[in-house]
Design a protein around this ligand. Structure first.
Ligand code: HGY
Ligand code: MN
Ligand code: MN
Length: 425
């Protein structure tokens, strides 16, 4: 666990400095054109041609802003603005890969707001004591290659780059081959870049801030998550001639497991959630009893013990379903992260900075996983949320109002200045 950040002075001589929201909106719109899908959404799965195009655009903006760019072995990109003293940077950033039906703010906002802050400091000729860096991490979504937060986990030394590079995606490609193909297999060893402090700006992706009518979320941490792939094996047979008592129906088994997962989460209550997001049946024909079902189960809870309890109870129920239906079920872990608590001093800094700037603020845990959850292992870390309209995300209708984008960016600007210490102007 990293030591707590010392409380940086909240009042900086630049408290009335603001970002240029039109320029930020323009960059968000330009990046969203890459991998654009009907309805205003974005599909830029990690390491695809669309991800490459998005990476190239963001790297070109980093170059225009005069940042020194590094690319590590897993394609994590860091743009660094020199400080008056050398050393580990104060870092912000997030990810620019998306899910297949993503929105334009998830991840992208945190990277582009970081670049907007660099542009603002450049045009006002403001230097900082410590270097400032903006990063985008590889494969935060984990939709094509598991686990999620792969790049930031390796960046923070938690995942070996060899293991990550060898990972085979849902389409049979490997991370190594795809990184090389898109030209982002960097030379910098993962885990070799120190970070002084990390602040990630992100849309909430949930309903809490909107329902509370609060402008800024000071994120206290990230809930634990458990992803598994289940393979349910039965016997294919004729849909018409096979009596119900003789069936070993993998389709039924997968469906019963999906119902059990949902009912387990509802019975546990609290923060427990359960999702079956993917399910494929084989042979997948109307008149053939399925011999195999592959499905994913995503369990999450802010409490480590309750998450383990959910995993154990679901495993028992799966065993009972398999017994009753004469099926075999195997499980493969796709991702497993304990809950993370962010640096309380920095969380307080986000709250106070928001209030000094005149915004309402609320502490809340993150329901979604984030790169900040990985970087917290190597540096004092905090996150800033802004409201998601109707709490929607991982949905093409994901939306956050420009005013909220600006509010959160200005809080990020001030927190980064407090941490990197602007040269007296
Ligand atoms: O799944 C998540 O929470 C994140 O979007 N990767
Ligand atoms: Mn995200
Ligand atoms: Mn996401």
């Amino acid at each position: 666990m990293t030591q707590s950040a010392s409380p940086a002075s909240l009042t900086t001589p630049l408290a009335d400095l603001q970002i240029n929201c039109d320029r930020l909106l323009h960059r968000i719109d330009q990046l969203a054109q890459i991998g654009a899908i009907a309805g205003g959404g974005v599909c830029r799965l990690a390491l695809t041609d669309e991800d490459k195009a998005g990476r190239d655009l963001v790297v070109s903006w980093m170059q225009e802003l005069g940042l020194t760019i590094t690319i590590d072995q897993l394609g994590n990109v860091v743009g660094t603005r020199a400080g008056l003293v050398a050393g580990a940077p104060v870092m912000t950033g997030s990810h620019i890969d998306t899910v297949a039906t993503g929105g334009r703010y998830d991840g992208n906002l945190g990277v582009l707001a970081g670049l907007e802050i660099i542009a603002t400091l450049n045009e006002h000729h403001i230097q900082t004591q410590h270097p400032l860096a903006v990063a985008f991490f590889t494969n935060e979504e984990g939709a094509r290659f598991h686990p999620d937060m792969m790049g930031s986990w390796a960046f923070s030394g938690g995942l070996s780059s060899d293991a990550a590079l060898a990972e085979v995606g849902i389409d049979g490609t490997t991370v190594a081959a795809e990184l090389t193909r898109i030209g982002y297999a960097g030379m910098v060893p993962c885990g070799s870049q120190p970070v002084k402090a990390f602040v990630e700006f992100h849309v909430e992706q949930g309903p809490v801030l909107e329902q509370a009518g609060v402008q800024i979320g000071a994120v206290t941490g990230v809930q634990g998550m458990s992803w598994q792939e289940l393979t349910v094996t039965g016997v294919s047979n004729h849909a018409g001639t096979t009596p119900m008592s003789l069936r070993h129906d993998a389709g039924y088994g997968a469906s019963a497991i999906a119902v059990a997962a949902r009912e387990l989460a509802l019975s546990m209550g609290g923060n427990q959630v359960a999702t079956v997001g993917a399910m494929q049946l084989k042979p997948g024909l109307v008149n053939v009893i399925a011999k195999e079902a592959r499905m994913t189960v995503d369990l999450r809870n802010t409490d480590a013990a309750l998450l383990r309890q959910a995993e154990a109870q679901l495993a028992e129920q799966i065993e009972a379903i398999a017994q009753k239906a004469g099926l075999n079920v195997t499980s493969r872990s796709l991702a497993r992260f304990e809950p993370v608590t962010f640096d309380p001093v920095m969380v307080e800094q986000v709250v106070q900075t928001a209030q000094v700037l005149g915004y309402s603020a609320k502490r809340l845990p993150s329901g979604a996983g984030h790169d900040a959850g990985m970087i917290a292992a190597i540096a004092p870390t905090a996150m800033i949320f802004v409201p998601s309209v109707n709490g929607l995300s991982h949905n093409i209708k994901e939306y956050t109002a420009p005013e909220d984008l600006a509010n959160g960016s200005n809080v990020l600007l001030q927190v980064l200045l407090q941490l990197a210490k602007p040269n007296s102007v």
